[in-house]
Design a protein around this ligand. Structure first.
Ligand SMILES: Cc1ncc(COP(=O)(O)O)c(C=O)c1O
Length: 424
């Protein structure tokens, strides 16, 4: 057991039982880490010092070195405040912040999987996660079963994939880029303590943000996010976070983070704190606009199919309704072929042609040639394709759209202009 402890929430300590009665918006507004300081600024400063003055050797030798702050790689008051805020949002035991979303994902894999362990992983998922599993985890001897979400019966397929050496089930919901919504409660029931040991259920909840979905309440052991997206919310920082159901899981990650150097910088943490304060307003507004845009896209003759969890036509609409507070700002739609998709992503004028998502500006991209392009899939020598491992459900005509804070009618007009200008 490490001597490190998660940050304490000053607001929780001041308000006592009243804190738990607050809405998440109010919790976010008042939460901050307990910081020793004679000054008491309203906004937590950017503590960029790489090291901290030690009072005495006795203090250094005390558990936790007499406090959480020793050296920046091991934590700092700015990122600790972000961690306190996120823990309150997720309802977990404790949170850690990372220098990217992918660093957060990799940390969870590396902390809890060893050679000979088996991972059951959804596919398609974010391509960076997919590539890390293929290029690194598998090279280090982790066995992987990919479970394709493009056909029915995902939960049954996960259940059938579990083996004696299964240690983790990894899902992403809604998924990047095809917007599959996973029934977290049903998947988590397959994990937990089994006759062969513990199976952790890990959820990448980036597309929903902690405002819309609480995987730990649904039974997951670990929830992670790219904070680069909705949590930061302004496309001006890179970061990730992991929240655990138990303090034991947090401790394992903390010990690993100390030696991998993956902690979030205080500059990014301060942008994350600022973003979190408006996250609820932004995410709900993006969700409302996305429903209007998705409804328009579904009615346009040049659009073959729309995947938005808020539409009744979405195959996982019922689950989305049950486990999400709103349906989020991400939409995928298919215009039939690569040439048409390329035309549309270049023809929009208000919506910006760029990768990433979850910011104030609406962004559009073509997954088959960009975020999930086959060019990313260079195989290791001699590596065999696993069934369902080839992104077959990402069609050439698929377009991914992240709805921002522009007026929904203006976004619809921009998309209508781009789609109407398609010749064929
Ligand atoms: C679902 C999901 N998870 C993780 C990541 C990785 O996050 P980052 O770019 O912050 O490393 C991304 C990035 O797009 C993502 O979409």
């Amino acid at each position: 057991m490490s001597a490190w402890v998660p940050g304490r929430n000053e607001a929780r300590e001041r308000l006592g039982d009243e804190f738990d009665k607050l809405s998440i918006e109010s919790k976010l507004s008042v939460s901050r880490s307990v910081i020793d300081s004679s000054a008491n600024p309203l906004v937590v400063p950017i503590y960029h010092s790489s090291t901290y003055v030690i009072g005495s050797l006795d203090e250094y030798l005390a558990p936790n070195h007499g406090g959480n702050f020793l050296y920046r790689r091991c934590g700092n008051p700015t990122s600790e405040t972000a961690e306190v805020m996120i823990r309150e949002l997720e309802g977990g035991a404790a949170t850690l912040t990372y220098n990217s979303g992918l660093a957060a994902t990799n940390a969870v894999f590396l902390a809890f999987l060893s050679a000979g362990d088996h991972l059951v992983c959804q596919l398609p998922i974010y391509s960076g996660t997919h590539m890390f599993i293929k290029n690194t985890l598998m090279r280090f001897g982790v066995e992987v079963t990919w479970v394709d979400t493009s056909r029915d019966g995902f939960v049954d397929k996960v259940a059938h994939s579990i083996k004696k050496n299964t240690k983790m089930i990894y899902v992403e919901t809604p998924s990047n880029p095809v917007m599959t919504v996973i029934d977290v409660e049903s998947v988590a029931k397959l994990g937990g303590k089994t006759a062969n040991g513990t199976i952790l259920t890990v959820v990448d909840s980036t597309f929903a943000s902690p405002i819309l979905q609480k995987p730990l309440d649904l039974g997951a052991d670990i929830v992670l996010h790219s904070c680069t997206k909705y949590m930061g919310g302004h496309s001006d920082m890179i970061g990730g976070c992991v929240t655990t159901k138990t303090i034991e899981l947090w401790n394992a990650l903390k010990m690993q983070q100390l030696t991998t150097g993956s902690s979030m910088s205080p500059f990014d943490a301060s942008l994350l704190i600022r973003g979190l304060k408006t996250a609820s307003l932004r995410v709900i507004r993006c969700s409302e606009s996305a429903l209007k845009v998705a409804t328009f896209l579904e009615s346009h003759p040049k659009v073959k199919h729309v995947w938005y969890p808020g539409l009744e036509s979405h195959p996982n609409h019922k689950i989305a309704k049950k486990q999400m507070r709103h349906f989020g700002g991400m939409i995928a739609f298919d215009v039939g072929d690569s040439a048409t998709a390329r035309h549309v992503v270049e023809a929009v004028k208000l919506i910006v042609f760029a990768v990433s998502l979850g910011g104030t500006e609406s962004l559009i991209e073509h997954p088959a040639s960009m975020s999930h392009g086959r060019h990313l899939h260079h195989h290791q020598d001699g590596e065999k394709e696993n069934a369902g491992e080839d992104f077959s459900s990402i069609s050439e005509g698929l377009i991914r759209l992240s709805i921002g804070l522009e007026d929904a009618d203006d976004l619809v007009a921009d998309l209508r202009r781009a789609l109407d200008s398609v010749h064929n």
